[in-house]
Design a protein around this ligand. Structure first.
Ligand SMILES: [Fe+2]
Length: 286
């Protein structure tokens, strides 16, 4: 099973670059092109939030048109730049696969996809109007039920806000708030291969609750790495990228980061005769 993960499109209305600078719409188009160019093609695509920059209907129209270019199912969860109800109403089966446009009874955009060797659980972490997110007790209870139903089948959780600190102050001020019970819940299910996230616009991995916490890079702008205490986030036009997660029974899930762009042709490794593998003797310098 091959899963492509795209994150943080930040699509804007036509002709309005994000932050006055970033052509996020063109970047989204290139990200979709990059998925279409993959061989073999992924079985499905996950989008971990911030599909739009402001959650406007005209932004979702553009997102919908881009996602509709993908022949495989797409499963998306909202981020802090999305508006949950507009997201659900306008993306429907284009962005939520057969999960459709239904919100849970509690009004959250969660769902489980059972069609693959790896179960996919999308979690809605959004607190409307706030930068950070949370897994409140209702969302935690929903997740606990879904995990119990899986009976130990390999599982991926995908959500926008990372539920763990990453040691960067500019990012850690807007995390996904979770309770110790949530951490224990994840830790009690070793079948969870990864917790896939977005939000921080750069590749980050860490151990979390007995599994791997994984933050995907953005498909447009990245957040600059700044490890100095107390500094605010800045964005930088480092190469955009997508993540590719490959699952096989014998390896479990293996995750790759693939930059998006034209980096020239693939070239063979033509080894110099001095390469140690050529087994030529080299005179020792005394
Ligand atoms: Fe974002």
């Amino acid at each position: 099973m091959i899963i492509a993960q795209l994150s943080d499109f930040h699509v804007r209305p036509h002709g309005q670059p994000a932050y006055g600078i970033v052509d996020t719409n063109a970047a989204t188009r290139r990200a979709i092109d990059a998925v279409l160019a993959l061989e073999p093609r992924p079985d499905c695509v996950l989008v971990t939030g911030d599909l739009c920059d402001c959650g406007l209907p005209e932004e979702y129209e553009i997102v919908r048109a881009e996602l509709a270019r993908l022949p495989m199912p797409v499963y998306a969860v909202p981020g802090n730049h999305d508006r949950r109800e507009v997201f659900a109403a306008m993306l429907g089966q284009v962005g939520l696969g057969q999960a459709g446009s239904s919100l849970t009874k509690s009004g959250f955009l969660h769902y489980v996809i059972e069609d693959y060797p790896v179960r996919l659980i999308g979690l809605d972490t959004v607190i409307a109007g706030e930068d950070g997110g949370e897994i409140c007790w209702e969302r935690e209870a929903w997740l606990a039920e879904r995990l119990a139903e899986g009976r130990g089948r390999p599982t991926l959780i995908f959500m926008h806000h990372p539920p763990f600190a990453v040691g960067v102050d500019g990012m850690d001020i807007m995390p996904c708030r979770v309770s110790p019970d949530f951490v224990a819940l994840i830790g009690g299910h070793p079948e969870i291969e990864r917790v896939l996230c977005g939000h921080y616009h750069r590749p980050i991995q860490r151990r979390f609750a007995g599994t791997i916490g994984f933050v995907a890079p953005g498909t447009a702008h990245q957040v600059a790495l700044d490890l100095r205490p107390g500094t605010e986030n800045r964005f930088v036009m480092e190469p955009p990228a997508l993540a590719i997660h490959v699952w096989k029974p014998e390896t479990g899930l293996v995750s790759h980061i693939q930059p998006i762009g034209d980096f020239g042709p693939r070239r063979p490794f033509v080894l110099d005769p001095a390469y140690p593998g050529k087994q030529q003797a080299v005179a020792a310098h005394v």
